[in-house]
Design a protein around this ligand. Sequence first.
Ligand SMILES: [Zn+2]
Length: 325
Amino acid sequence: MNKSGRDLKQLIFYFLALFTILSTAGCLLQQYFTYSDLSLSENKYLYNQVSTTEEPPPTINESQSPPEPKNSNTTSGHSSKLSNNLTEPLQPTPKIRPRIAIIIDDMGFQKQIGHKLLDLPLNLTFSFLPYAPYTQKLEIIAYEKGRDILLHLPMEPHDKNWNPGPSALYLTTSRIKLTKTIDDYLELVPHAIGANNHMGSRFTENRRAMRNVLHILQQRGMFFIDSFTTAKTVGMSEAITMGIPTARRNVFLDNVHTRKNICHQLEELIALAKKDGTAIGIGHPNPATLSALTQCGKQLLNEVELVSAHELIGKPIVTARHMAP
Ligand SMILES: [Zn+2]
């Protein structure tokens, strides 16, 4: 081979060697940048994981997953966990708000305030006294507005100076008379789906008497809410024994008729619901209660869910008339 032939061969050799070196370097650089990008996406993902709790993580294509490091058990475990998380979008945990029911007792005597309470955009429950002069008119309005209606059962108190009203239930009332009286009440409050006691500190302490009344309510598909006018009441415990949907009053809202006091009682009611999950307050148709519910009630009730009585105790709506024998 002459000199020019050898030169050409050397030139080709150098060219191939240079090409091989450049190709190898190119591959290495490509691998380096690819790995860097994936590391970056992992870091971005981890950043999202720790900084964002309200949005689900972004969906990442499997082919973009970073390679598993070979010799690190801890990192490997982390990576495996990460991989699982990638395929399972995080769901926001539903927040369960405390629930309260507010019953307005003694409905039927106060025409104007009764109307105003019924007009409030609040899911109040209304308990009507059967023989009050405006009961029937207001009861229809409450029904048309879709509010829960209770029969406010007038019952014997301990103090003889307190008059529970005409045709009230006494310990001396016979079983037959109890049935007749309650059915008469329901003629006057026909859309009642449950009942609570008006006064009744003496009556509700008597197990036999309460069992009789609860049995009559049970036959008519009604639930019972114990107004808890005495600490010795057996109303709720008997209802539980008999399998009747029941609950008790926790807070009287308006024993003192000032807006400030009633707002404070509403705060108490809400604090109790936050502690126990549910709570029941009882108020009455008077100007201070109306004012408190209008002024501070709406704001306070942002913290809880105001539900009707039947929703609170989980009872489907059945009116007494549906169940009457
Ligand atoms: Zn009452």
